[in-house]
Design a protein around this ligand. Structure first.
Ligand SMILES: NC(=O)c1ccc[n+]([C@@H]2O[C@H](COP(=O)([O-])OP(=O)(O)OC[C@H]3O[C@@H](n4cnc5c(N)ncnc54)[C@H](OP(=O)(O)O)[C@@H]3O)[C@@H](O)[C@H]2O)c1
Length: 310
């Protein structure tokens, strides 16, 4: 069954299930991406700071060479890291990803998050002296030129809260096509979801399975994949808990990008098109909301543009 798409501004088709690549080690991510393309994924989520774009891009090119896909069949998202926010650095940040991936255009380019850090090789802020004041509105305006130049088909945001998104919408020439944010039943973010929908900004749900394998997972943390309500709904539909958590977004009109390096899970996560959740299932899943962020950007909590205060 073909994965449904949503249309972004300008008629660009955005497949509703994408393949996550964060913390997929460079020595395994190529095999994972090839398995994903073989399984039917046609949307891959990348970022400069995943430090594996070269291997992801090579895997995509392998599949093109093999004749399995054409470049235009696969939707590639990547993200501008915080050390490239100054308008004069935006193009360089973009080109590093483009060169890393070995492609000649990107389908969707996102600001990875609103806070800017000082340009330079130190990519992660460890104290306030690493922060930069660049306004993300100016960063986004510089990204508009990439669309004008034809090197990326759409631009958008990630980790933006309602007020930040509103500022971009009020000040920019090209509407951000997407806001990619953490979403799952422990972090429902209904207000943000409703706001994005009202403005025609497509939402992508990251960490839809609760990011259980991330390197900073806390021992004993509540795992949405193991929640009894999720397990119960999975049993009723004869599906796995992961499939229920992915279907939850599709049934809310939200794009979802699960990550896996395990071939059986890569296939499992795509087998979500032959069922749907009931209104009662969605209600039960929404009732699990506890404002639980697995990816909290704690490295820049004191930045003036830290997004998770509302
Ligand atoms: N914009 C941002 O700031 C941001 C932040 C975080 C993530 N993201 C994007 O969103 C993607 C997904 O989020 P994520 O990587 O944080 O986490 P996730 O997709 O919620 O969870 C991935 C973890 O779940 C495991 N898993 C995958 N399928 C499973 C299944 N069917 N059953 C049980 N476990 C399963 C994976 O293990 P194995 O790999 O070992 O199979 C991995 O440990 C990222 O890869 C990235 O592309 C974006």
């Amino acid at each position: 069954m073909a994965v449904p798409s949503v249309e972004l501004t300008g008629g660009v088709k955005f497949p509703m299930i994408g393949f996550g690549t964060w913390q997929s080690a460079p020595d395994v991510v190529g095999t994972a991406v090839r398995a994903a393309i073989d399984a039917g994924y046609r949307h891959i989520d990348c970022a400069w700071n995943y430090f594996n774009e070269k291997e992801v891009g090579q895997a995509v090119k392998d599949k093109i060479t093999e004749g399995k896909i054409k470049r235009e069949d696969v939707f590639i998202t990547t993200k501008l890291w915080c050390t490239y926010h100054r308008p004069e650095d935006v193009k360089r940040g973009f080109q590093e990803s483009l060169r890393g991936l070995g492609l000649d255009y990107i389908d969707l380019f996102l600001i990875h998050g609103p806070p800017a850090f000082k340009p330079g090789p130190k990519w992660l802020a460890t104290d306030d002296s690493d922060y930069d004041d660049t306004d993300y509105v100016d960063t986004f305006k510089a990204m508009e030129s990439l669309v004008d130049e034809g090197v990326c088909r759409a631009i958008g945001l990630s980790n933006f809260n309602t007020q930040q998104l509103e500022r971009v919408l009020q000040n920019c020439r090209i509407k951000p096509a997407v806001n990619q944010v953490e979403l799952h039943p422990y972090l429902v973010q209904q207000k943000l979801v409703d706001y994005c929908k009202s403005k025609g900004v497509v939402i992508t749900a990251y960490s839809p399975l609760g990011s259980p394998g991330r390197d900073f997972a806390q021992p004993g943390e509540a795992r949405v994949l193991e929640d009894p309500v999720v397990l119960d709904i999975a049993k009723n539909h004869e599906k796995t808990p992961a499939q229920v958590l992915l279907r939850y977004h599709l049934d809310r009109g939200i794009v979802v990008i699960p990550k896996s390096v395990t071939p059986s899970r890569i296939r499992e996560n795509l087998q979500v098109l032959d069922f749907s959740l009931t209104a009662d299932d969605i209600k039960k899943l929404n009732s699990l909301d506890r404002n639980n962020r697995y990816v909290d950007w704690s490295f820049c909590k004191t930045h003036k543009y830290f997004p998770f205060r509302d």
